[in-house]
Ligand binder design. Sequence first.
Ligand SMILES: Cc1cc2nc3c(=O)[nH]c(=O)nc-3n(C[C@H](O)[C@H](O)[C@H](O)COP(=O)(O)OP(=O)(O)OC[C@H]3O[C@@H](n4cnc5c(N)ncnc54)[C@H](O)[C@@H]3O)c2cc1C
Length: 388
Amino acid sequence: MDKFDCVVVGGGMVGAASALSLAQLGLKIAVIEKSAPKSFIQNQPFDLRVSALSLSSQFLLEQLNAWPQIKQWRACPYRRLSVWEQESAYTEFSASEINEQHLGHIVENRLIQLSLWQQIQHHENIDLFCPESLISFEQNDKQVSVQLSNKTIETKLLIAADGAHSQVRQLANIGTTGWDYQQAAMLINVETELSQQDITWQHFRETGPVAMLPMPGNHASLVWYHAKEEISRLSNLSNPQLQAAILEAFPAKLGNIKVIDKASFPLTRRHANQYQKNRVVLLGDAAHTINPLAGQGVNLGFKDVKALQEVVAKAIGEGKCWHDVEVLAGYEKARRRDNLLMMTAMDMLYTGFSHPSGLIKLFRNTGLFMTNKFPKLKNKALEYACGI
Ligand SMILES: Cc1cc2nc3c(=O)[nH]c(=O)nc-3n(C[C@H](O)[C@H](O)[C@H](O)COP(=O)(O)OP(=O)(O)OC[C@H]3O[C@@H](n4cnc5c(N)ncnc54)[C@H](O)[C@@H]3O)c2cc1C
């Protein structure tokens, strides 16, 4: 029977990064993934699923040697980020305020995953099983036996990176707390007449925010939050009809656009009650799904990856058993509070900006206005959002 130090279920962005980061410590890793990402071809249309990668995520991808390939394929750096409700409270953050060249990059999720996979395929410590699915697993004091569709493998640690509906989390009997938001989000890929590739902006409206994420060339990924029923209505429009609806609802600074592709997603908040139990560890969306308002989902997942690597490296360095419950509890301690803080901050922003009361509207716009007036406060918020 094949034996591994870690089996990672889910070879998405977080699972693939985790496999590489633990292999860097000399551990023998297996990655189990249901389906392989489509390969990259120059000039293929942009995917709908994109991420605003923070500086700290970029640093992790550099450490894993995946960043140069992503940059060579396609990624759009942005130097400015703006947010406003009333024009008078328009607030703009700039990379120069924190002495950086850019605040982050907009990258297609598949390209992040593909670049990590290139590294995995060259790594002698990692076996990639794909297409392959987890069927079940059994834990005992010493190991976990993992049943796949046509073989059984053994591991000291089972890592769940299998996304929001994590099967591993459910089989490990780890509960979650959370709720579905009343709103949904629509992602729309567009061609733009105007070039505004160095800025990402978000305009808060009473019905929910609308956002523009720049993509390479004259392209952008638009995000439209609205009530579920309205998103469902918009999803059924033809591309020219949707284009007309966008031009009416989005701020004029978007300029003229042509709709290329669209899809909608429900908004959910979920938080696992434990990040580790009996040799099972949860990472990324398997541990937490957050309102995508500020594009922090995968950035939090990458912070989980880094934290797990750090506690395991420290244990190995001190000659301790790296998969001991105390070591894994150290990972949970390092990440739970930070994830909860970001989830709560997103909920406050979401609730605060969707409240119809005139008084609350005044408070939130005054808040943005004051942020503009106090550079130290502004820079702190910016550094936190960039993960530095
Ligand atoms: C509308 C929207 C916009 C978003 N925008 C941003 C953004 O701008 N920035 C950002 O940081 N985040 C964003 N997010 C969140 C981000 O997409 C997620 O946090 C991220 O995809 C989580 O990565 P993951 O690897 O943990 O999980 P996933 O991406 O879900 O990957 C899980 C992997 O596990 C595999 N898998 C599942 N079950 C099994 C099984 N049983 N056996 C084998 N394989 C399995 C799947 O095939 C998949 O490859 C957004 C989310 C939404 C909904």
